[in-house]
Design a protein. Structure first.
Length: 406
């Protein structure tokens, strides 16, 4: 494990800064948008630009990398990401911010693809599980650090937008100054959604519904806190707590799902999310909103990893990488919906909007899981569920320990 970390420390450092910048921007734009008078639905519309751009980015970024190479693509995409952070300082127009979110959504997936493919090329088969776990911890640590920074700046947000741009620029250095040659890159073949649905509809629908729930947690939760009268630092603490709770919960949830039918685990998490959300909407938590945020993070964020593991249980090793791209596509479709509907629900229903929407998503996820339990048998053998961060993942299927056993 130590050798795996030492051999890839530069890539991990770059990913840490990249995730910190992304987590900072997502949370800061919600908080800053509310501060300048944007409505919740306008913030949701603006934030939905990121998954919209990601839907295009996860298709075209690999082609760009194959055409001009890792280093040039990383420099080009990273420069554009850095520019988007600065443009937020020059205007408070929701359409300008939305355009920048689309551009960031297109570019960030390309940066993740480059980092993940480089990491894959430098990782021995025997170390993949360890590297995947470290990669996950780095992603979640970076994202939560960035979210925490969003509540630490001054009211104008100028300092933190500048910090985001600096972090993105610094993340270039490990890749651009590396002595190791760039690995050969071939865009992965993507399994069609129709084919993946025919193999595991539970994996696709679960990823899509969980994408909507995760977007609501990351974007809607700080807005929910602000709507309740919390200070910006308190509102951002809600999403930091949810992120950390979700990261910690991934490991025991994964272990349990390896021993039981994963569909029951998804259903149990979804029921817990639904009950927590209903209790929050009814005011049963009182002022202990932070406790509710922790419970929501622990019950929402691990679901995607379980859905991916369930899908992989139905695939042969040669299908894991092609299927991972389609699962990310499904996830981004869900994020697109949740990024808009989550914040907009505050405008329609008041402060109960976010928990009611989360409860609805939890109920739908539970229904999908139970229907699949009743209509199909579980796979004969469960593989190993690995923790996955939905915030930064693009081609992490290539790092799956069984993916190379083709």
């Amino acid at each position: 494990m130590i050798n795996s970390i030492k051999g890839n420390w530069a890539l991990f450092a770059g990913m840490l800064m990249l995730m910190a910048a992304n987590g900072l921007l997502v949370t800061l734009l919600s908080v800053r948008g509310a501060a300048v008078g944007m409505s919740a639905s306008s913030i949701g519309l603006m934030q939905s630009g990121y998954p919209l751009g990601a839907l295009a980015g996860c298709v075209y970024a690999p082609r760009l990398i194959a055409r001009i190479g890792h280093v040039r693509a990383f420099a080009a995409l990273g420069s554009l990401c850095s520019i988007t952070a600065i443009v937020h300082l020059l205007s408070v127009d929701v359409w300008t911010w939305g355009a920048m979110r689309i551009l960031a959504g297109f570019c960030f997936p390309g940066l993740y693809v480059i980092s993940e493919s480089w990491l894959n090329a430098r990782t021995a088969n025997t170390s993949r599980a360890t590297v995947l776990s470290v990669y996950f911890v780095v992603q979640m640590a970076g994202a939560s650090a960035g979210q925490a920074l969003a509540g630490a700046g001054e009211d104008s947000g100028a300092l933190m937008f500048g910090v985001a741009s600096i972090l993105i620029s610094l993340s270039f250095l490990p890749v651009l100054m590396s002595h190791n040659p760039a690995p050969e890159y071939v865009p992965p073949v993507r399994m069609s959604l129709r084919e993946l649905v025919s193999i595991t509809s539970m994996g696709v629908l679960g990823a899509m519904l969980n994408g909507a729930a995760q977007a609501t947690v990351y974007i809607g939760l700080p807005l929910y806190g602000l709507a309740r009268g919390m200070a910006a630092s308190e509102a951002t603490l809600l999403v930091v707590a949810a992120t950390l709770a979700g990261a910690v919960a991934q490991f025991p949830v994964g272990l349990v799902s390896d021993r039981w039918d994963r569909r029951f685990i998804v259903a149990a998490l979804a029921v817990a999310c639904t009950l927590t959300s209903i209790a929050l909407a009814m005011g049963l938590f009182g002022d202990a909103v932070l406790v509710a945020a922790i419970l929501l993070g622990a019950t929402v964020l691990p679901v995607y990893s379980v859905c991916v593991a369930y899908a992989n249980d139905h695939l042969v090793p040669a299908q894991i990488v092609p299927a991972s791209g389609s699962l990310v596509l499904s996830l981004n479709v869900g994020i697109l919906v949740g990024a808009f509907v989550g914040p907009a629900s505050l405008e329609v229903m008041g402060t109960v909007g976010v928990p009611v929407f989360l409860a609805t998503l939890g109920a739908l996820t539970t229904t999908v899981a139970i229907v699949r339990v009743l209509s199909s048998a579980p796979p004969e053998d469960n593989g190993v569920a690995h923790p996955i961060s939905a915030q930064g993942v693009q081609t992490v299927g290539a790092l799956h320990p069984e993916a190379d056993a083709q």
